[in-house]
Ligand binder design. Structure first.
Ligand code: FES
Ligand code: FES
Length: 179
């Protein structure tokens, strides 16, 4: 199973929810966001349809492509395989929340610099996995990058430039840390 298709780690129940739609509050990109959801609403549906955060894409809707990758408590997760209510009391980061104070994450900038996208449909998910890798291990190798995106499908075949971009972002992060 790819890293991006893991479910969030288990935890105790946070009370009952539903069966009718009811307000659900989630911490998304540092803000508490509330909208109606029913118990079957997936996290990606909640992000896109209820909150308007359409940067996260739905490719397969069954855990096979990783287009829907977000972070939950810093871990990459397939948001099509995660119920929105299971993300309560967790810290969710989407592609919209990756930049800081108007500055792109080094991986976002490197994807631009290295032309690491064509149609762009897989790109938000790819960026989330590559950014998590670079944040966690700025000394990552090509094999580490390949492993990090092993669950991601790119129909346009941009893998070579994604590898280059992610290694360049890692190098930029190391340089930044050395300052
Ligand atoms: S849309 Fe979630 S893994 Fe494909
Ligand atoms: S850039 Fe088109 S699917 Fe990856």
């Amino acid at each position: 199973m790819s890293v991006a298709t893991q479910h969030p780690p288990g935890r105790e129940q946070l009370g009952t929810f539903g069966p009718e739609p009811q307000p659900l509050s989630l911490l998304v990109n540092g803000e508490v966001r509330t909208a109606l959801a029913d118990p079957a609403t997936t996290l990606v549906e909640f992000l896109r349809d209820a909150l308007g955060l359409t940067g996260t894409k739905i490719g397969c809707d069954r855990g096979a492509c990783s287009a829907c990758t977000v972070w939950i408590d810093g871990e990459v997760v397939a948001s099509c395989m995660t119920l929105a209510l299971d993300a309560r009391e967790r810290n969710i980061t989407t592609i919209e929340g990756l930049s800081r104070e108007g500055e792109l994450h080094p991986v976002q900038q490197a994807f631009i610099d290295h032309d690491a996208l064509q149609c762009g449909f897989c790109t938000p998910g790819m960026v989330m996995s590559c950014a998590q890798l670079v944040n966690r291990n700025p000394d990552c190798t090509l094999d580490d990058v390949k492993t990090a995106i092993s669950g991601h499908l790119c129909r346009c075949g941009t893998y070579p430039n994604i590898f280059k971009a992610t290694l360049a972002a890692a190098a930029a992060s190391r340089k930044g840390q050395a300052k």
